[in-house]
Design a protein around this ligand. Structure first.
Ligand SMILES: [Zn+2]
Length: 489
């Protein structure tokens, strides 16, 4: 359910980086770096890199866990750096996933080894889970780019190539443009902020209009592969129709099993781990997670993004979750009963948030996302629900047009202020009025009174039971117009 929080050392870079780099910028850009990857004995990969702009600092992402205080860096060995005269340059590990030259000397060339030993550690203990780091994937290898490539995140936002010198029967499954065995990422950030698999595993494909999805589902998840393919073959199309397009034309999805279900969204890819044994009740959970992570391609990871992720989690997680519910319903993957249950979950989470996070605003709550889960996800989804219901009553399509406008202007990161200003401009100021109202902690009855004329009846019992029904037409399955599938344009 998470999108990545930048390690502190990298947060400053994110400001300057556009998401995927536009085509014209790429054409004017020389290649920023060229990597070569070759498996050597056992679980070890040899990596070489040449940097067009010499660098004095290289980074992995840093997720320290109990088993690995230095996180992903503990799988990196034999780092050797060279200047542009070919002479060795001393490059030292300085902690938190960073390597630096001591004297500020520039590195033009780098060699190192990556050991695929990540499965020996438990990345759930204080970390984001192996879906955001690395794991064996049947007889193949899954990596987050930022756990594998030592990257100069300060390099110009120009393309980066990776030549995979791997056995003939191996596949490279990645969202990057591929020319044979050579991948081309849009820029260093796009190389780090995507996941890939190397090995014999064969992907399946869903080809939608304007978006090709490569799916890799590990053998442990075979029995739900059809369900996953069914969702990925239809839901992203509904998302594209809603937003009027998709970021990029390819997307990679990796699914494997674990002791708990969760997902990690990258720029043009995501990885999901699903708890086994499977059951029909689990399907309710993982199908929503799948829909939620795919939505992050538009919100939070792939397109609409923020200079200050923590202050905007209420939006990037809350709007993602609300739109997942609405659009999975519209694509036929939720029935009316489950739609009501999911809407009730939003209202229930907000009720619990009032008790668990009584003082923080939506923006403040993101600084401790896990602790304030109910306010970030429940409060953020409630803003989306109220905004959609409110503006759609007078102006059907206004909420969608607001989201399209945000998406179309997402080439540059939003500040928390510019995000809300843009939403206000599309909705006559309704967005900030609703954020203020949700921050004022309206009681359940006030929320009920507000939603009832908009077609959504709700009732609360105690602090943690909320029920939802559709109010307007008196029939059992009368879905309010703002949630119903729109007529084609
Ligand atoms: Zn999320």
């Amino acid at each position: 359910m998470r999108i990545l929080t930048l390690p502190a050392a990298l947060a400053a870079f994110a400001l300057a980086l556009a998401t995927a780099g536009c085509a014209t910028a790429q054409e004017a850009c020389p290649t920023a770096a060229a990597y070569r990857v070759k498996p050597v004995d056992g679980d070890t990969f040899h990596v070489e890199a040449d940097f067009t702009s010499p660098t004095s600092r290289l980074d992995l992402f840093y997720f320290p866990i109990a088993d690995r205080p230095q996180g992903q860096a503990e799988s990196i060995r034999n780092v050797h750096a060279y200047g542009d005269d070919g002479q060795p340059v001393e490059l030292t590990y300085v902690g938190e996933g960073g390597w630096e030259t001591q004297s500020g000397e520039a590195v033009s060339r780098l060699t190192y080894e990556v050991r695929a030993d990540h499965d020996a550690a438990d990345w759930n203990q204080g970390g984001p889970g192996m879906d955001e780091v690395a794991t064996r994937f049947d007889d193949s290898y899954f990596f987050a780019g930022h756990a594998f490539f030592l990257i100069d995140y300060d390099a110009p936002a120009c393309p980066v190539t990776v030549e995979f010198d791997v056995p003939q029967d191996w596949n490279i499954v990645a969202p990057w443009e591929m020319d044979g065995r050579t991948a081309r990422a849009a820029n260093p950030w796009n190389l780090g902020q995507n996941a890939f698999v190397m090995g014999p595993a064969k992907p399946s494909q869903a080809v939608l209009s304007g978006l090709t999805i490569n799916m890799l589902i590990s053998s442990g998840a075979d029995e739900i592969a059809d369900g996953i393919s069914g969702i990925l073959g239809s839901v992203p199309q509904t998302y594209m129709d809603f937003f009027g397009g998709a970021p990029g034309d390819r997307y990679s999805v990796f699914v494997f099993t674990d002791t708990m279900s969760d997902g990690g969204a990258f720029q043009n890819s995501f990885a999901m781990r699903i708890a086994t044994p499977f059951s029909p009740a689990d399907e309710i959970v993982w199908s929503h997670t799948l829909g939620h992570e795919v939505m992050h391609l538009w919100i939070g990871a792939g397109a609409i993004h923020s200079t200050d992720p923590e202050s905007t989690y209420w939006f990037t997680e809350g709007f993602t979750d609300y739109l997942t519910i609405k659009l999975m319903y519209q694509s036929g993957h939720l029935d009316e009963a489950m739609l009501k249950q999911r809407l009730a979950n939003i209202l229930r989470r907000y009720e619990i948030a009032k008790r668990r996070t009584p003082d923080a605003t939506l923006a403040e709550a993101g600084a401790n996302k896990q602790e304030n889960w109910e306010l970030v996800y429940g409060g953020g989804s409630l803003v989306a629900l109220l905004l959609d219901a409110t503006v759609s009553a007078e102006h059907p399509g206004m909420f969608r047009d607001m989201m399209r406008d945000l998406y179309e202007h997402s080439g540059t990161a939003y500040t928390p202020e510019s995000l809300i200003a843009r939403m206000d401009a599309s909705t006559g100021g309704e967005a900030s009025r609703i954020v203020d109202w949700v921050n004022s902690r309206p009681d359940a009855n006030a929320i009920r009174q507000r939603l009832l004329p908009l077609g959504l009846d709700s009732a609360r019992f105690g602090f943690d039971e909320v029920y939802v029904d559709f109010a307007e037409c008196g029939e059992a399955d009368c879905v309010p117009a703002f949630l119903a599938k729109p007529e084609p344009d």
